[in-house]
Ligand binder design. Structure first.
Ligand code: GLN
Length: 203
């Protein structure tokens, strides 16, 4: 069976991820039910509002299916999606999926008006290259387990904070890589697993 990369489409910025996957010639599909999840080989949890996404995951009976899916499929969480990846969140209204051992700090980088873009360097990128990271009400991280790799840090304004985390095939990002149209981060995540289906072979 052909399998696509799923993008959780309950709320938030999911369309841009589908566009990036399209630019990489990877089959993508929206996921709103466990049935749709079952036809995917990987899942992106997009940015949005983690309190709402958490509620809708429960409402659509996706909590256990996503946890089980993540046992042997890659999941990437972006911004609100990063919050959902954590084992702990500083806000009781969010029930995180607990896919990566760290604590997420909601709105760590401030409100919408404090949104900013800063160049970061990523461990997996070619030397000297930077990526324009867009932070929108972005989460910070704390209590990052030693099992988790930090692939990039935000060093803007003398900060030194982890902004890309990786554990096995899972990744979590504080910022929005899909808004730049730059495919490097999605490409890196996809290259960690090989069972993705190119667009061309989808019937
Ligand atoms: N601050 C939002 C939250 O807590 C996340 C913002 C985003 O995804 N851009 O869910």
């Amino acid at each position: 069976m052909n399998k696509a990369v799923g993008v959780l489409a309950l709320q938030g910025a999911y369309q841009k991820h589908i566009d990036i996957l399209g630019a990489l010639n990877i089959a993508a599909q929206t996921v709103r039910t466990s049935h749709e999840l079952a036809s995917c080989c990987a899942l992106i949890i997009p940015g949005g509002e983690s309190t709402t996404i958490s509620l809708l995951i429960q409402k659509n009976s996706l909590y256990d299916p996503i946890k089980i899916f993540a046992e042997n499929h890659p999941v990437m969480g972006v911004c609100a999606g990063m919050i959902m990846m954590a084992t702990e969140v500083d806000d009781d209204r969010v029930t995180p999926l607990g896919l990566m051992p760290f604590k997420a700090l909601r709105n760590h980088y401030g409100a919408q008006v404090h949104s900013f873009t800063t160049d970061i360097t990523m461990d997996f990128d070619s030397k000297g290259q930077t990526f324009p990271a867009i932070f929108i009400r972005a989460p910070g991280v704390d209590k990052v387990s030693s099992e988790v790799q930090v692939l990039a840090r935000n060093v803007n304004k003398n900060r030194n904070e982890a902004v890309i985390l990786k554990k096995g095939q899972h990744m979590a990002l504080s910022f929005h890589p899909e808004l730049t149209g730059d495919t490097r981060i999605h490409n890196y995540w996809l290259n960690n697993f090989k069972q993705v289906t190119p667009h061309a072979s989808i019937k």
